[in-house]
Write a protein that binds this ligand. Sequence first.
Ligand SMILES: Cc1cc2nc3c(=O)[nH]c(=O)nc-3n(C[C@H](O)[C@H](O)[C@H](O)COP(=O)(O)O)c2cc1C
Length: 205
Amino acid sequence: MGHSTKKKQIIIAMTGASGAAYGLRLIQKLLSKDICLHILLSDAARIVLKQECDVLLPESAKETAIALAQHLECSSENIRCYDKYDWFSPAASGSSNIQQMVVIPCSMGTLAGIANGMSDQLIERAADVMIKERKQLILMPRETPLSAIHLEHMLKLSRLGVDIIPAMPGFYHRPESISELIDFMVSRILDHLHVDNTEAKRWGE
Ligand SMILES: Cc1cc2nc3c(=O)[nH]c(=O)nc-3n(C[C@H](O)[C@H](O)[C@H](O)COP(=O)(O)O)c2cc1C
């Protein structure tokens, strides 16, 4: 059964860059706003989720949705997960009415795949669809230092209208915890998704 067409739908892809907690927090925030999420996880994302967040996810897409919801203490009603070769996912087609996609965190491998139109797995295909349909694609790349290859890929995508929002939290709010740093970045993504985010701390307010 598909998501209700009346609700806002967003694709959230998590890949194997460091910063899995950013993706988890974004998913939690969007679910709290009753948004339907199509969640795509690369194999490396699963490894990083276990390494950084102690989240061990089952293989099957259906069970992954339930396990994610349990971890985030949310209902799984608005979550759909898909296997990496599920070409029947709405995320794989330009005809879907999904208007926005976020890759959070985005590895340099997935960045390269997207920048070069390599659509052999669902995440890259979904991103390719967002670009060709001129819908909104947001990437949160994470690597340091960045090589000229990484920078060229980001420049190319930025020129195509992709939002590049690197995992670079600011410190002007004087964060006292890791969760404040995570929320800083997630807040920037929510703003770019035009999702209600009134709880965010803002400069000058
Ligand atoms: C714990 C851990 C942290 C990693 N951190 C990064 C990172 O910050 N940035 C990055 O580009 N790759 C990172 N990698 C390497 C990627 O996971 C690897 O290149 C992988 O092939 C990416 O695959 P994907 O793009 O399909 O997720 C990390 C790997 C592990 C296990």
